[in-house]
Design a protein around this ligand. Structure first.
Ligand code: CA
Ligand code: CA
Length: 157
């Protein structure tokens, strides 16, 4: 149900003691473009604190944001904790059923390199683009599609 990656890179941790700048407008724009192709709903959460267990944190956020309430159960959450250089991708049940393991690996691969370089905006945009393309294969957008989850970046502690 999830992909997670962690970068063990103690040398450069000091560079990330403060929250990096992430361009919310670019991320939101990418979500809008991706959702033009699919009925799937993509959201992004950025954690200000260190996240020891990004998958568990992402699951909590998924519930808290009501992401299990999409009609087709096809919400995807990208949870990023820049300060600990970790992230997790969580998807609802229908994504798990139809897309399988490659979906998560493909998505994680699209983001990991960017995050390693500290390019958090680029990583999110690439991940969202990739999620949109993958979701479109299994959940094409149909006429009358509703924006079931707001296209915005959520920041949490
Ligand atoms: Ca939609
Ligand atoms: Ca949306």
């Amino acid at each position: 149900m999830a992909a997670a990656a962690r970068e063990e890179n103690g040398d450069t941790m000091s560079l990330f003691t403060r929250m990096p700048k992430i361009d919310h407008l670019l991320v939101v724009a990418a979500i809008g473009v991706a959702e033009k192709r699919t009925s799937g709903e993509i959201r992004v959460v950025i954690a200000r604190r260190l996240a020891a267990d990004p998958v568990a944190a992402a699951r909590n956020e998924f519930e808290r944001l009501g992401m299990t309430r999409t009609r087709q159960r096809n919400g995807v959450l990208i949870y990023l904790a820049p300060r600990s250089r970790t992230f997790a991708v969580i998807g609802d049940t229908a994504i798990h059923d139809r897309c399988g393991g490659p979906f998560w690996r493909d998505l994680a691969a699209a983001m990991t390199g960017h995050f390693q370089r500290g390019d958090f905006t680029g990583g999110l945009v690439h991940g969202i683009n990739r999620a949109g393309a993958l979701l479109a294969e299994h959940f094409p957008r149909t006429a009358g599609d509703q924006d079931e989850l707001p296209n915005k970046v959520e920041e949490t502690d």
